[in-house]
Write a new protein. Sequence first.
Length: 343
Amino acid sequence: MEHRRLGHSGLKVPVLSLGTGTFGGVGEFFGRWGATDVADARRLLDICFEHGLNFFDTADIYSAGASEEILGEALKSRRNEALIATKATFTTGTSPNDKGSSRHHLVRACEASLRRLQTEHIDLYFMHGFDALTPVEETLRALDDLTRAGKIRYIGCSNFSGWQVMKALATSERYGLNRYVCYQGYYSLIGRDYEWELMPLSVDQGLGTMVWSPLGWGRLTGKIRHGVKPSEGRIAAGGDVGGPPVEDEFLYRVVDALDEVAAETGKSVPQVALNWLLQRPGVVNLVIGARNETQLRQNLGAVGWSLSPEQVAKLDAASQRTPIYPYWHQKGFDERNPKPTKW
């Protein structure tokens, strides 16, 4: 398992982490993802450790906290071997203060996550979304206090826009507060918007990128092609609800290219899609999901080899989209405005 430095920090993490959105299956939304219980979670974690994957990603809203509870119980005897990332900001209760990134909510949310995870510290704590109603310095000072208290080790942000990330980094610098070391965002062969602004920002500012839904919300598993719809799994069960939109013809075009490269490499479609991401600038880690052992082992096969430059170029071309303004305009001046990768 390859390890990479987590942004502007001294921490090294494996290039794959296990996302635990399938743990619990509480509620209609997460019920479509999976219903992994403690016993099954222990088995998945054992496989992860066998392959050098010791990084596990969850959030306080996954299955109303059940994901954290199951992960905590499954990891209980191996906590010192593991790295845990979790998140806060979104709604966890009925009170007006049971949401957002205020000091009030974050302190309570962090304490609750620590209890559910059965741990004394969280290795990487993400703001799950941007809270425009709370002053940025209030959020960052609360996170700084939690870090100084030893309850969290590093902080990150997720699903922020570029200006929101930059405002937070500038605030940390101005007040001498701990800064975000990682950005967790959506990025895939059928979702390359990340490259337009967030990737250049992250590379420039030393933010490591953790990718969520690297298989395009389950659409790049190889089960969906021209004339073929999935008959089982999350997408078949209506699990595309809430996911990033993608036009069918664009998806088919990308999958056709993945099929070609998979045949050339002897790898599977999802393995090729994941390997492509691991070669993108600034990418530190991919959060992979798995409903069962077969899916987990399949995704673990994405590491230990590399696509050729020609294969990367083929996938780049198939997944190319015209960026929105001002990014299409900036392409005309890229000699003075270079980007980390072509889009």
